[in-house]
Design a protein around this ligand. Structure first.
Ligand code: SAH
Length: 360
């Protein structure tokens, strides 16, 4: 039994059932026991691996994207290069290495990392120490000053933000909670009906038994990102796995050491994520900002020059390394692997040309 399971078995009978999003927030971000708050959650030792951990090509190609966006803003100096949820710092290290080819960019770059987890912050610090670029850590986007131009990046952050489940009954929508029964955690739908304002309009008239997954927490983070771009020049690029249009059904999943487990089995010791609804994110973007995409990760990486990058890296590699490079490119971009499921959404100021990879 995990430390969090023990706490929940004590607290729920006293305080009442816990709403799914509150459970998810605790399981991931509880200051002592949350999955992201301790140890090494990502990579070979963790529950899951991510695109920057699969290959340096991901950070290099998107580093070139960020560099191009900086040029299209007129090469401002300084410029905030802001990453949300940087994990082990691998992406930013790859970006700084590749953009290091342009000393003017390196001089302008002011890196800001939004990372609530102390253990991940420590890894990021180690990772970025070799680069001659100022790096500041923030525990939330709210503490980042609203000053000067900014390029914002987030990979696999929105999938980790809490979701809520609502199930359609004859009288309306019922919210999903976690309760305690016979000494263990169980799912329970509330008897009361929740007002349907939070549910995407197109899904409100669903048949009995339908489940909708929503995430006000994601919409909130998206609104904060847009808040920065409404007062500052810049652009944002958000990559995650999910669907382009709001749809019915639940996608919550728990992974422990790369294996799926029951989401109630070991809170704090498994990663909990859900597919991202990109339509819901786009809906938050206000004028004079413009959302581009989502486009498939595979298409984006190919447009940015994945094949040329593979050839370039293979030219200096052994036969064994060459095969690994080809395999990593396949994993990142193939439709059957991450290429289609993962999507990218860009946010820019209206009237600017669409960024590379997002032209209609
Ligand atoms: N981007 C990295 C890590 C993805 S894991 C990669 O691709 O490898 C999710 C990351 O988001 C972790 O760094 C986690 O601590 C962070 N995170 C979780 N909730 C967050 C929030 N509300 N704001 C910013 N980062 C958050």
């Amino acid at each position: 039994m995990t430390a969090l399971t023990e706490q929940l078995l004590r607290l729920i009978p006293v305080n009442g059932p816990l709403r799914l999003d509150h459970y998810m927030a605790m399981a991931l971000m509880h200051p002592q026991h949350g999955y992201y708050m301790k140890g090494s959650p990502i990579g070979a030792e963790g529950a899951f691996t991510t695109a920057p951990e699969i290959s340096q090509m991901f950070g290099e190609l998107l580093g070139a994207w960020l560099h191009q966006q900086w040029q299209s803003l007129g090469c401002p100096s300084p410029v905030d290069i802001l990453e949300l949820g940087p994990g082990r710092g691998t992406f930013m290290a790859d970006v700084l290495r590749v953009t290091g080819l342009d000393p003017a960019f390196t001089r302008a770059a002011n890196v800001r990392l939004v990372e609530p987890s102390p253990s991940l912050r420590a890894m990021q610090q180690d990772r970025l120490r070799p680069f001659a670029v100022p790096v500041t850590w923030h525990s939330s986007l709210a503490s980042v000053p609203l000053e000067g131009p900014v390029l914002i990046f987030a990979n696999e952050v929105f999938d980790a933000l809490p979701v809520r489940h609502l199930k359609r009954g004859p009288k309306g929508w019922h919210e999903r909670y976690i309760d305690v029964e016979e000494g263990r955690l169980v799912w329970r739908f509330a008897a009361d009906v929740t007002p349907d304002v939070l549910i995407p309009a197109a899904l409100r008239q669903s048949a009995d038994g339908a489940i909708v997954e929503i995430s006000p927490a994601r919409a909130g983070l998206m609104a904060e990102i847009c808040g920065h771009l409404q007062t500052r020049d810049g652009a944002a690029l958000i990559i995650d796995y999910g669907y382009a249009q709001s749809q019915l059904g639940e996608t919550l999943q728990a992974l422990r050491r790369h294996q799926p487990v029951d989401p109630l089995q070991c809170p704090g010791e498994a990663d909990l994520t859900a597919h991202v609804d990109f339509e819901a994110l786009r809906a938050v973007v206000p004028s004079p900002l413009e959302a581009h995409g989502p486009v498939a990760q595979g298409d984006l990486l190919r447009t940015l020059g994945l094949a040329a990058r593979v050839t370039r890296l293979q030219a200096e590699a052994s036969a064994q390394q060459s095969a690994a490079i080809a395999q990593a490119a396949h994993r990142l971009a193939d439709e059957q692997a991450m290429g289609q499921l993962f999507k990218a959404l860009a946010i820019c100021h209206e009237g600017r040309p669409p960024p590379p990879g997002f032209a209609p």
